[in-house]
Design a protein around this ligand. Sequence first.
Ligand code: SAH
Length: 392
Amino acid sequence: MEKIKLKKVATKRVKEGYPLLVKGDFLSEPKQIDGRFVELVDDQKQFVAKGYLAKQNKGDGWVLTTNPKEELTQSFFERLFLKAEKSRNTLKLDESTTAYRFFNGEGDGLGGLTIDYYADYYVFSWYSEGIYTHHELILKAFQAVIKDCLGIYQKFRYDLKGKEQVSHFVGKEAPAPLMVLENGIRYATYLDDGLMTGIFLDQREVRETIREHYSMGKTVLNTFSYTGAFSIAAAMGGASETTSVDLANRSLPKTKEQFEVNGIDAKTQRILVMDVFDYFKYALKKNLSYDTVIIDPPSFARSKKRTFSVAKDYQKLLEEVIAITNQNGVIVASTNAANVTMEKFESFIQKAFETSSTRYSMLEKYTLPNDFKLNPHFPEGDYLKVCILRKK
Ligand code: SAH
């Protein structure tokens, strides 16, 4: 295997467990960064680790093992999948939940690949062309271990130069929609329709707490609602009324469908295709206010009228939300922006309430659920932050 020399700082970092290789880690830049397995050595040519080089938005490659005896063969990947399967055993046995993250990249020992489980189908997401060059080996290892798989789809989360972002990989094609369960609630998913499936699996615990604690008899506003998953959870938890607001046209039929597969007449709920910032203005003018408001914007969004970024604009967004939340009402504030830490996020919250001359208390905090397994040496992987607040 080709040996690549690491600089001293990178050697130290890799030895301490950091899994990502970044530009500048190498004593001389490798000529090609194309997915191949390499042995990483220090400036004295002593073994440090084995990994692969690949251009990904995050860096230039991933460390796979610091054990010199470990070979990067099919059985290496089989061991990773076996371990991943074991650690999801509780979810697997839970019949009321049939969709979850099965394999979480570097958290499960292989940066650049995630695998989600959707009711006997699996969705592979490849994050670089480099890791994709190993797809046959990885698939063989997966199939040797995983026996409950009817079919696999793959999503390509890198620049494909015109190729489709999603394709059927092997096995049976999934029905469209494919029904999954999450804590007993049904969600219609589409595995073959772009990068998103209809549900964000990382919010499972937040949907559950919304249903259990913040819905009964409440008026609920769900902003940036996508397919309305939070609204469905609220309605199932006894919300007296839900309002879902999203800019995308597709959100209307998708949200209707999610209500209806749960036996709720979508006509009894409000579903609006519009910019949330326009909705806030409208709500103020009409004196509308809510008991529970959910905000889960994308990290960055550009619409005809404005650009929004969590890092710059979350505080402002919260101020608008505080204005239409009832006293003693609850705000579920969420972000998946990796560049905003929990401390920073809490400082936005504090400032927004200060500016609004309103007091609040923190009821609950959530980060990623256990199936989104983290590498303890890679805190950047812990992107989800959810704070549940009571307006006083
Ligand atoms: N909260 C959702 C996921 C949100 S994804 C869930 O848990 O399922 C982000 C959504 O924000 C997308 O559906 C996108 O269409 C929507 N969006 C982005 N900018 C918006 C804006 N200014 N107003 C309304 N919706 C917006």
